[in-house]
Design a protein around this ligand. Sequence first.
Ligand code: PGA
Length: 251
Amino acid sequence: MKKVQIGLQEVHVGEVDELCRALADEVEALLENRLKEGKPAVLGLATGSTPLPLYAELIRRHREEGLSFANVISFNLDEYEGLGRDHERSYWCEMWKNLFDHLDVRPENVSVPPSISDDPDRAAAEYEAAIQAAGGIDWQLLGIGGEGHIGFNEKGSEPDSRTRRVTLARKTIVDAAPGFGGEKNVPNHAITMGVATILEAKRVVLMARGASKKEIVARALSGEVGSDVPASFLQNHENVGWFLDDDAAGS
Ligand code: PGA
C-alpha cells in the first residue's frame, strides 16, 4: 500500500484487502483506546457496496480474534425516505444483514436516520442531538457517489448543512435502480447527516473502489472546494484519510 499526502489529506492506495485491513486496524485501535478510557467508541457508518469487504473484515476479527463491539455506539449516515425497517433495500436492513447481525453490538446503541417520520425536521434535529449526546463521532466512514455526494449530500449541499430531508439527485436514483427493480421504485427523498455533521467527526475516512470513481475522486481530492462536489469539503478537515484501490486512484 502506498501513502501520499495531498494538502491536509493522507491518501492510501492499494489492493482492496490491504485497504480494509488498514481501516479495520483503525477501528480496532479506537475500540481498544476507548475501552481503556472507559468510554464508548462512536462510529459513523456507511452503506453501499464500497464498505462491504471492510465489514467482512470486521466480522472476521470479531469471530476469529474476539474483537468486541459491545462498547460501540454507531450512527449511520443516511436512509431512504418511506421504506420500513423490514424493507430489504432500507439501509437499516442492509446494515443489520451486512454487519450488525454478525457482531456483539448492542441493538440499542445502533442508529440509522428514521425512514418514516411525520415530522422530518424534528427527527433530523433529534438525530443531531443523539450524536452530540454520545460525545460526537470518533471515526466516520464514507463512500463517494458518482457526482461527489457524501451521505446523501448531493451537489449543492452547503458546508454548514446538518441532518435533514433531501431530494435525491437523478444520478443517485439511476445508480440505485438495479437494486430496486427499476428507477420508478427508488425513493425520491432521503434523510442524511449534513456536511457539517460529517466534518465534525474527529477522523473521517473515505473509501472508493473501481474506475467509475476515478474522475470524481480526483476532483474531490484536488479540485476546487465547493458544493458542486460535496466530497471536496473534506479538503478542509484536518484528519481525513482516503483509501483508494488502484482503479479509483487512477494509478
Ligand atoms: P457505492 O455508493 O458504495 O455503492 O458505490 C457510494 C455512495 O453513493 O456514497
